[in-house]
Design a protein around this ligand. Sequence first.
Ligand code: NAD
Ligand code: WQD
Length: 342
Amino acid sequence: MARILVTGGTGYIGSHTTVELMQQGYDVTIVDNLSNSSVDVLEGIEAIVGRRPEFANIDCGNFVDLDAVFRTYPDIVGVIHFAASKAVGESVEKPLLYYRNNLGSLVTLLEVMRAHSVANLVFSSSCTVYGQPDADHLPVDETAPIQKALSPYGNTKQINEEIICDEAHADAHLHATILRYFNPIGAHPSALIGELPNGVPQNLLPFVTQTAAGLRPQLKVFGDDYNTPDGSCIRDYIYVVDLAKAHVKAIDRMLHVADRDQVEVFNLGTGRGLSVLEIIRGFEAATGVKIPYTIVGRREGDIEQVWAAPKKANEVLGWKADTPIADVLLSAWKWEKHIRNL
Ligand code: NAD
Ligand code: WQD
């Protein structure tokens, strides 16, 4: 069976995608420098799938090491590139780390792929490239304008997309699928893999589950004075397992569908926006656990509302994010209880 290289594969989305790839019969090699994940994730993947992915502890920015992986696995037919630094706030404090890591790892990967004639790349992008879409561009589809990034992190995603398009223009053999994720949440239903945020969580769901577990005294809701029905911000929260399945669909398409564009872009969301307060209520209803929270001021850089128009991914990839939000929130809580031995 075909082998897929998954960079950043011991990370949150990469580990879930590795599970889905292997369960669909693909062989997987993970490369990861473990800068934001643990090698123990491989145990969880193996426990779910019944076999272990190949693994190399390397930095994608190191040409020699990455080239050696392609030499070791000459049956690599495609790459899913998750490896990146992704903390928006940290990117503001350490922009050079983000530009070096997120741009350098992609450029090195593209160089090594070209050296080994590996033509298929799936790239992890983000709805952050859209910024705050205009009201007439909500829900946001792939034709919505790219807006000036609000953080170095978001800028690295925009520049990465441009790098891919420029390289595809120069090398007709390269085919790329750019996947713009909305807000991935939840964990595998087995609770054997999930999100392992370092330190104080920046994202909403890990903060909710840590509050529910008693690790945090309360949740701070960053503003309820937005121009939304309940005043809190709206996002498109997508189940990480549904998101992972979209990557398998993208790889399948690249390997088996000849009639496609050289570079294709898909928005991966549910098509439904939920507010912060709706997530809190939904979590309490799904789990029976009360979330103490307080309304505080707005968080700098937050956009007011964004959610996807997923029609293109639904129709072209034959994929849909349809896990009920209650099940998704429960999966996050089950994972939190697993890692806290609750
Ligand atoms: P994550 O931090 O859990 O996973 C990223 C993995 O990449 C980690 O295991 C880390 O150790 C590894 N890594 C980082 N730099 C590396 C390098 N130079 N060489 C090798 N390994 C390296 O993050 P995630 O949430 O799984 O995100 C995966 C991708 O999806 C990232 O590109 C991120 O920007 C993108 N994305 C994430 C979200 C989200 O909300 N989680 C949303 C949109 C896009
Ligand atoms: C969601 C909503 C907060 C925490 C970020 C990145 C994006 C992508 C996904 C990488 C917002 C509110 C949050 C809290 C809160 N990451 N919130 N209290 O900001 O939409 O997207 O993660 O690609 O690039 O920007 O996600 O989970 O941080 O916030 O009220 O303690 O929850 O204000 O409205 P966000 P988030």
